[in-house]
Design a protein around this ligand. Structure first.
Ligand SMILES: Nc1ncnc2c1ncn2[C@@H]1O[C@H](COP(=O)(O)OP(=O)(O)OP(=O)(O)O)[C@@H](O)[C@H]1O
Ligand SMILES: [Mg+2]
Length: 348
């Protein structure tokens, strides 16, 4: 079954407030697409439009190549999993998972087969007779996923399904979700504001800011070639460092950049913390803070151009502490250039 999802000039207005502007892109059949962006950027709005829970103000939404704008949620062949598990409190796991199928008048043997299959896949067979109140958050979220899986939909929609879980469980469930996708091969749209989740789960990531799509690409494309400064700062942890510089045939700014040929005007240079190193020559600065992370540390250095974060292997930290004078240099070929300003486009 074809289950592409196409956003064709999609816009959303709540009254006169614009939440989504002219979104255009296509999610391939079987793709794991992660929608990411800061709080309030419109992720849930876009997802709810796919689900049919929110009216589409502008453009056309196509699911499986068919116009879906006017389709009722129940006719869209989609299953959604929310942050709040929204399980029926008086139903046990089996009943919660079976409920949607019962409503659709599916024969009981088929319901039992699907529930048992999903329970096995999610390793919740021992919980089938339990009520939600007698389960942990992680177990409840598994049941909520089970309830979506038994539907065998054309598209799964996830809205921050892991954000109520503690860090360890979130990491574990993240891995399981990726395996689940590999196994089912169904199109999935997954909303998160966590760029690590986006990087680890996605076939492709779509970055939203204030309702405007910034870039769609593989995690590697967004990391290696961000389209603008916003994407560059959002993808990657710790964040890219930015330096404002004046380009004047060459570059006036931090010492290590002075020989670069460049167009005239102001611009922003971006350099990722792992692309910087402590060196004998380079941008001078003072260590403000060292954050040990085990085998490496994040060293925060105050330079004339602002704060720079550099990743340093712990073994190379000997003798360094806050207040020490150091120099920073980038690995060759690792600098990113952007037009000036917080939304500056990448200069290539
Ligand atoms: N029912 C509504 N009426 C008016 N404005 C709304 C409504 N729902 C959402 N908005 C606005 O639309 C914008 C996008 O909201 P949305 O919930 O899609 O953001 P989000 O990216 O999911 O954020 P979060 O990460 O916090 O969940 C926000 O400015 C929000 O205030
Ligand atoms: Mg949201």
């Amino acid at each position: 079954m074809m289950a592409t999802v196409e956003f064709d000039s999609i816009g959303k207005l709540y009254g006169t407030t614009r939440a989504i502007s002219n979104v255009n892109f296509t999610i391939a059949d079987g793709e794991f697409l992660v929608l990411v962006g800061p709080s309030g950027c419109g992720k849930s709005t876009l997802l709810r439009m796919v689900a049919g829970l929110e009216e589409i103000s502008e453009g056309e939404l196509r699911i499986g190549a068919e116009r879906a704008n006017e389709k009722q949620p129940r006719d869209r062949d989609i299953a959604m999993v929310f942050q709040s598990y929204a399980l029926y409190p008086h139903m046990n796991t089996r009943e919660n998972m079976a409920f949607g199928l019962k409503v659709r008048k599916m024969p009981q043997p088929e319901i039992d087969r699907r529930v048992d299959d999903a329970a096995r896949m999610l390793e919740i067979e021992p919980l089938l007779e339990r009520l939600p109140k007698d389960m942990s958050g992680g177990q409840r979220q598994r049941v909520a996923m089970g309830r979506a899986i038994v539907r065998q939909p054309q598209v799964f929609l996830f809205d921050e399904p892991l954000s109520n879980l503690d860090a360890a469980l979130r990491t574990q469930m993240r891995g399981e979700l990726k395996q689940l996708h590999a196994r089912l091969g169904t199109t999935m749209i997954y909303v998160t504001h966590d760029q690590v989740e986006a990087m680890t789960l996605a076939d492709r990531i779509a970055v939203l800011k204030l309702g405007v799509l910034q870039q769609v690409g593989t995690p590697a494309e967004l990391f290696d070639a961000p389209a603008n400064r916003f994407v560059a700062g959002f993808i990657g942890s710790p964040s890219m460092n930015f330096l404002d510089v004046t380009l004047d045939g060459g570059l006036k700014g931090p010492d290590f950049l002075l020989d670069l040929p460049a167009p005239a005007g102001t611009a922003t240079i971006g350099v990722r913390p792992h692309d910087l190193r402590l060196a004998a020559q380079g941008v001078p600065g003072t260590i403000a803070l060292i954050e040990p992370m085990g085998w490496e540390a994040l060293v925060h250095v105050d330079s004339n151009s602002g704060r720079l974060v550099v990743r340093v292997e712990s073994q190379d930290l000997a003798g360094l502490s806050s207040g020490a004078q150091v120099h920073l240099a980038p690995e060759p070929g690792t600098l990113h250039f952007f037009e000036a300003g917080p939304d500056g486009l990448a200069l290539r």
